[in-house]
Design a protein around this ligand. Structure first.
Ligand SMILES: C[S@@+](CC[C@H](N)C(=O)[O-])C[C@H]1O[C@@H](n2cnc3c(N)ncnc32)[C@H](O)[C@@H]1O
Length: 379
């Protein structure tokens, strides 16, 4: 017998692989989406490099620009407006820009004008809270390259970043100043966003006289804490090649060193986006060094993803939900790509490493951000 079989009135594949024609087509649409998932991030990277969100934002948050007005602002004598049109059309379809067709005042003809959407408002690099440095770092050729090695990591193990770039990420950054800047700027951009959310919800800095930010990058997070609590002496502790590039920040001392060897002393330790970079064994080593650096009455304040976090008040829950609910597991894959054994953790996994690291008691405080706060105490 040949020809398609019928089920519920629609044709289905003869081998019954798909349940229905509808399912087959729906599946094909999803498969195309997966095939070209990179198109959106790279098209966004293009308009960010061209500075298009900034051009529109400079005219006002609700302003619009025509293609010719955008082209006239590009640093090019004869930009390819046809190519630009195609990129903008795609990004309008993706909701990154909005488009409206209006009658042009000068020519009297209809023209398309482009405006910002809530998404592209985050891609304005001239604003203090911007996701541009993160977008550029995550879409740099060297940070995307490790993703191409996942299959080898599954089969043979190893570190994806090292397979792609010949060294693990921190020593690569130490040897490549441009990558070091790219990475540190991306961290600082996230620190600005997260610290705003954190300081609005977390009160745990009140009783401190000193605070050490372990793996603090160029010091953005601890500077924000000290700005909010000027009586705290802030120490920003990171690898020497990172603190060497940090600018002077009021109330913050930069200290270079290796957290696997020692951690400077303070009333409390702050660690944002550190533990997720490391395996359980490495986290326990870091936590033990933190324990040595604080008094019995001290604490560590960890800012990281808790995969199953579902605490906080209703507003926090709503705000957290508004972020992609899969973002935590996306970041877990970012850890496969960029870290040497790191992962995102559930509360149960956090509890295990905290206990082993010398912190028997903890609270999780949810904040309106991807990460949560874990405040852990030695006793
Ligand atoms: C993911 S970044 C987080 C930076 C910062 N805490 C933030 O969230 O913006 C991890 C940081 O850990 C630092 N780091 C890596 N290995 C380290 C070590 N052995 N000792 C101290 N810092 C280290 C890196 O240089 C980097 O700045």
């Amino acid at each position: 017998m040949s020809g398609p079989a019928m089920k519920n009135g629609s044709e289905i594949c003869r081998d019954g692989f798909f349940e229905s024609e509808e399912e087959e087509l729906q599946g094909q649409a999803e498969a195309w989406k997966s095939t070209f998932a990179f198109a959106e991030s790279l098209a966004v990277k293009c308009v960010v490099l061209l500075g298009i969100p900034d051009m529109i934002a400079r005219e006002g948050p609700r302003a619009t620009l025509s293609l010719n007005e955008i082209a006239a602002r590009l640093p090019a004598d004869s930009p390819d407006t046809s190519c630009l049109f195609r990129i903008m059309r795609f990004l309008v379809a993706k909701g990154v820009f909005r488009a409206s067709v209006v009658k042009s005042a000068e020519a009297g003809a209809f023209e398309t004008r482009y405006g910002l959407t809530p998404a592209s408002k985050w891609f304005v690099k001239e604003r203090e809270l911007s996701m541009v440095p993160m977008l550029l770092m995550q879409n740099d050729e060297r940070t995307v390259a490790p993703w191409h090695h996942f299959n080898e990591c599954v089969v043979d193990g190893g570190i994806a970043f090292e397979r792609a770039n010949g060294a693990e990420i921190w020593s690569y950054a130490s040897d490549h100043p441009d990558f070091n800047h790219l990475f540190n700027d991306a961290m600082a951009c996230n620190a600005r966003i997260v610290m705003k959310a954190l300081l609005s919800k977390f009160q745990g800095f009140q009783s401190l006289n000193s605070l050490v930010d372990v793996g603090g990058g160029t010091g953005t997070a601890v500077a924000e804490i000290v700005r909010a609590y000027p009586f705290i002496k802030g120490i920003n502790y990171d690898l020497p090649h990172v603190v060497a590039t940090a600018r002077r920040l009021p109330g913050v001392e930069h200290v270079g060193g290796d957290m696997f060897e020692t951690v400077p002393s303070g009333d409390a330790i702050f660690m944002k986006w550190i533990m997720h970079d490391w395996s359980d064994e490495d986290c326990i080593k870091i936590l033990k060094n933190c324990r040595k650096a604080i008094p019995d009455t001290g604490k560590v304040i960890i800012v990281d993803v808790v995969l199953d976090a579902n605490q906080g008040d209703d507003i926090v829950k709503k705000k957290k939900k508004a972020l992609d609910p899969n973002l935590g597991i996306v970041f877990d894959l970012v850890m496969v790509a960029h870290s040497s054994g790191g992962k995102e953790r559930t509360e149960k996994e956090w509890k295990t490493i905290l206990l082993e690291g010398g912190f028997g008691r903890y609270n999780i405080i949810d904040i309106p951000a991807l990460q949560s706060v874990i405040e852990a105490f030695p006793r």
